[in-house]
Design a protein around this ligand. Sequence first.
Ligand code: FAD
Length: 631
Amino acid sequence: DKDITRLSYDVVVIGAGGAGLRAAIEARLAGKKTAIISKSLFGKAHTVMAEGGAAAAMGNANSNDNWMVHYKDTIRGGKFLNHYRMAELHAKEAPERIWELETYGALFDRTKDGKISQRNFGGHEYPRLAHVGDRTGLELIRTLQQKIVSLQQEDFAESGDYEARLAVFAETTITELMLTDGKVAGAFGYRREDGQFLLFEAPAVVLATGGVGKSFKVTSNSWEYTGDGHALAMRAGANLVNMEFLQFHPTGMVWPPSVKGILVTESVRGDGGVLRNSEGRRFMFDYIPEVFKAQYATTEEEGDRWYTDPDNNKRPPELLPRDEVARAINSEVKAGRGSPHGGVFLDVSTRMKPEVIIKRLPSMHHQFKELADVDITKEPMEVGPTCHYVMGGVEVDPDSTQSAVPGLFAAGEVAGGMHGSNRLGGNSLSDLLVFGKRAGEYAALYVDQTAERPAVAQSDVDAAMAKALTPLVEDAEGGENPYTVQHELQQVMNDLVGIIRRADELEEALVKIAEFKKRLASVRVGGGRKYNPGWHLAIDLHNMVVVSEAIAKAALERTESRGGHTRDDHGKMDPNWRKINLICSVQGDGVSLRRQPVPTMPIELLGLFDRSELAKYLTEDELAAFDESTK
Ligand code: FAD
């Protein structure tokens, strides 16, 4: 059949961001024939855009740091809803993964005595982010790609074929996972350039597809992030956990309209940038929540002293976790104290010397100059919240990263649980290294343990092909335009499932989503199969809609405010809800939702926290059990 190219691998990794590349390296190191598939150009992924750095308790900048402090910061940031085991593995293994990158050739910024330098970030008690100026993700991807090339060269020396055990398929989109007897048997997709269909037969698939932000109008995410991995997993029978938790990054650009949503890195605040409203007030001092009062400065003087003397002063509230800062900015704008274009002011110009700004924040300097004609060494930036990161994702076993579907693994942003209700900045780059490696390792192990490779049924291939081709017609007249549907969906999600939520609006969103679902059937696109973005979007829309449904359903169900989920009508954090994970799966053509207990944190991890802090999050019963076990 000339319409399809059939390929056979041991492990297929969908996604070429940090998680995917790290997984592929590990699978190849375990001797497995591995494919890496990337929807866009190889080397272009959100990981590249990561600016601030990768969090790892190496203790280089402050020797008091260790995995236990990092663990506590992560759990606090996630408001105790994180999967304890993922957060534990992450905090323990992140330093090793960073040092290992150096052996692959990474060049991090240095301390005076030659160690990897670490910078401050919101929610992290000590300077903890390993970084390369504000271009850390670029270095991370460069290094991982370099490692891949070096492995390919080894294979060439051995076999005469660079791609003997590690092949990259760029601009290739997976649209369906293939299952046989409930187990992974492969993945089906198309090549962007010519529309050629490809079938990858493989017993193990690693999802590393990143986020879902493109379903929102104002977002830091780029075009690829239509929640493909989340949707593929659900359709294959895996579960998504806690999709209501989305991170609205507090500082996106707000002006000009064409760049609205583009990220302004948190390092701007980590390095001394302050937030002010139109009255010139550093308003974050008015928004320190009770649970964080003990850790943050209450006066500007103390906050300012902290930058030079962190051991004897508390950090400024500009460095509260992102959910807190985003909500505060939202409130200031709503109260009429916003900047001219509907944001607030973020200022480094009055606090840092121009040469320091240019050295430490080169990309930000460039970004504002080029896109907004603002010189950040001379004037403040205007910023506001932007949809940035999804904490919810595929429910996985923490150690192996395997989902409920045998042979299906997930790592990086597409996986859920690690960050609880809110992710700390810098914890994503370390997350994707730690769990990317584990995904590759356990996928390889799974292949070793699979005696017989499941064969892909021809009928499944035919069905996948027919589904992909449905929207493509000679004449699209009379059909729904995919761009119109996407635009309307983005607006609905932004307006009704955005940073502040209410039951009636979420219900309205679900009615609209049900309509989008119906409209999907009549989306039509003209033109051929060669490089046809309209056709590609028509396919992606199915993923965007099902993921949006999961987000809206979970957001309606959770009647409390926690981390990246804020309910106007249920403003408080409720200790009873802390015990509940919301699980989404696909049933028929809809998303079904159920409650599931949050795995219980073992006593040796709970005991890392002061009792007074636990009392802010746990129920009376849980506290009594804690007291009993520590007697
Ligand atoms: P990504 O790097 O997002 O890669 C996903 C890959 O999957 C891509 O290759 C994509 O093409 C591919 N893909 C998607 N769908 C398909 C499909 N259907 N078929 C085939 N391939 C597919 N985090 C930090 O820790 N520190 C930071 O400083 C930081 N800064 C950030 C700045 C910006 C602007 C953004 C957007 C994010 C930032 N983050 C940061 C978050 C972090 O970068 C991401 O969460 C992380 O890089 C996700 O990595 P990943 O490997 O899971 O996926």
